[in-house]
Design a protein around this ligand. Sequence first.
Ligand SMILES: CC(C)(COP(=O)(O)OP(=O)(O)OC[C@H]1O[C@@H](n2cnc3c(N)ncnc32)[C@H](O)[C@@H]1OP(=O)(O)O)[C@@H](O)C(=O)NCCC(=O)NCCS
Length: 247
Amino acid sequence: MPPVPGECQVWRLPIGPAHWAGLDVLDDEERQRHARFRQVADRDRYQAGHVGVRMLLGHYLGVPAGQVGFSRHCRHCGAGHGKPVVDQPATKLDFSLTHSGEWVAVAVAADPVGLDVQELTGGTDVAALSESVLSPAELRWWTAQPAESARRAFFGYWARKEALLKATGHGLAVPMNRITLTPPDEPARLVDWAAERPLDGPVQLHDLDVGPDYTAAVAVLSSLPVRITRAEFPASLAAGRQLPDPA
Ligand SMILES: CC(C)(COP(=O)(O)OP(=O)(O)OC[C@H]1O[C@@H](n2cnc3c(N)ncnc32)[C@H](O)[C@@H]1OP(=O)(O)O)[C@@H](O)C(=O)NCCC(=O)NCCS
């Protein structure tokens, strides 16, 4: 069943061509983007995300996956790098896609939603990025953390902020260091939005446990508490069988 207001579904999508019936459901632009990736891993994550989103939304909207239409105009400059939204068929369902390491996942909700997963491993120099990602108050908290937990805490903030900026559609147009959140060892909550561009409404933030090597968060623009349900995307959907409801 599609999510009802107050519910956010998070689906993990399996990675690898064996799970997906080719690229036929993608549009020309998606196929071109898929072909441009040099790394097989990037290409496979892209296929999982875009084929999976189409199959899931097509299932919910009652249309073939290849007939789900998207638009993605940036709300600030009008360019084609904005928040992707379904414009065919007309729907209030919103979705948010994320790819990171072994994770490709999509959140679907009846309100604007953002999902982000961040991989902790890799060469990211968190100290070098800290002033552009963390607000002054967050930076004071973060620099007081022991070295062994600081990296995870940094990516905890980052996932929460990206989830929020994907829900609003601001993307990189709002500097992350203008947003202050509760510290990652407390329930996620927006403390202050000091960006010039306004926040559209109340926000519900939730952390997701996706294992020791990742942080993840979901944001829903709603004044109501949000129930998060999670499920693995079943390969059986590709074979036309029934999607189980997320638990
Ligand atoms: C939004 C963004 C920062 C997320 O990047 P990321 O965390 O590295 O990557 P993720 O895999 O978690 O998320 C990427 C997905 O977010 C979605 N997305 C892209 N822009 C988005 C936006 N503005 N709002 C919401 N979602 C967005 C897309 O589905 C994208 O996947 P796709 O490219 O395969 O379609 C990145 O996509 C981006 O750089 N966007 C455009 C640049 C921008 O905002 N410029 C300033 C505006 S003038």
